[in-house]
Ligand binder design. Structure first.
Ligand code: SF4
Length: 223
C-alpha cells in the first residue's frame, strides 16, 4: 500500500509517539504545542545542523544537511539533520555527483543517550525513507549527542524496522480517526512539555493524590 502525499505524517512525530501517544496526538492531531527549555535547546542545535547553506566535501565524503525525505509506503515526510555520502564502488548514484555513494544518516540530539529507543526509531525511519528514495540499503546509522559530543552507532536490524513500521501504522490509524488517547500518568509526565495542556486541572492542584481525592469526593457527594 502507498499513501498519498496529502496523508503524509511528520516523521519526527515518531519520537513524540514513543514518548507518549497522547502527547503525539495533542501536537499532531490537535495542533497544541508548548515550548519549554528542552524544546528550545533542541531547536537551536537543529538550526545549526539544518543550515542548508553548509555543504561539505572532504575527500571521498560529502556531507548533506537538511535533506528532505519521504516514504510513500510509510506515509511520512521529514528531513535528515545530516546525510553522509561515502564514496563506494557498491554505492548508488547521487544526482549531480560523479561516482557512487553509500548514504548514512546522522541525527543530532541535545543531551545524552536516552533510556528509551525514541531516537533510534526516528533514525531508523529516516533510513527507511532514504532506502526507498535512493533504492539502496542502509544497515547502520548514527546518533550524535550534544552533551557527550559522541556518536552512537545504531544497527538497523529487522526488529527495529518492524517496530517503526508498526508505529507509523498506528499513528495513521489514530490520525484518520482524529483520536487522542486518554491520559495515562507515567514517569514521562514529569519531563513532558505539554503537561498543562494535557492535564490542566491536575496542574492547579498540589498533588495527583489531592486531585484524585477531590474528584472522588465530588463524585461521592453527587451520588
Ligand atoms: S502529561 Fe503525561 S499523559 Fe499527558 S501528554 Fe504528557 S506524558 Fe502524556
Amino acid at each position: 500500500m502507498e499513501y498519498k502525499e496529502d496523508d503524509f505524517l511528520l516523521l519526527s512525530g515518531i519520537q513524540h509517539f514513543a514518548f507518549c501517544k497522547r502527547q503525539w496526538a495533542l501536537i499532531h492531531i490537535e495542533q497544541q504545542w508548548q515550548e519549554n527549555l528542552r524544546t528550545i535547546e533542541g531547536e537551536i542545535l537543529h538550526e545549526k545542523t539544518h543550515d542548508n547553506t553548509i555543504k561539505e566535501k572532504r575527500g571521498d565524503l560529502i556531507v548533506s544537511r537538511g535533506m528532505g525525505i519521504f516514504s510513500r509506503s510509510l506515509g511520512i515526510t521529514g528531513a535528515c539533520d545530516v546525510v553522509e555520502l561515502h564514496r563506494a564502488s557498491d554505492g548508488v548514484k547521487i544526482f549531480g555527483r560523479d561516482g557512487t555513494y553509500k548514504p548514512v544518516p546522522v541525527e543530532y540530539k541535545r543531551g545524552k543517550p536516552k533510556e528509551d529507543e525514541s531516537d533510534a526509531l526516528q533514525l531508523c525511519a529516516q533510513a527507511l525513507c532514504l532506502e526507498e528514495m535512493l533504492l539502496c540499503e542502509i544497515p547502520e546509522a548514527f546518533l550524535f549527542y550534544g552533551e557527550t559530543k559522541r556518536r552512537l552507532k545504531i544497527i538497523l536490524d529487522d526488529d527495529l524496522r518492524g517496530r517503526v513500521k508498526t508505529i507509523f501504522k498506528e499513528m495513521h490509524d489514530l490520525y484518520d480517526r482524529r483520536h487522542t488517547p486518554k491520559v495515562k500518568i507515567s514517569k514521562a509526565c514529569k519531563a513532558c512539555s505539554l503537561t498543562e495542556i494535557c492535564m490542566p486541572k491536575l496542574c492547579k492542584n498540589p498533588s495527583v493524590i489531592g486531585y484524585i481525592k477531590k474528584n472522588l469526593l465530588e463524585v461521592e457527594m453527587e451520588e
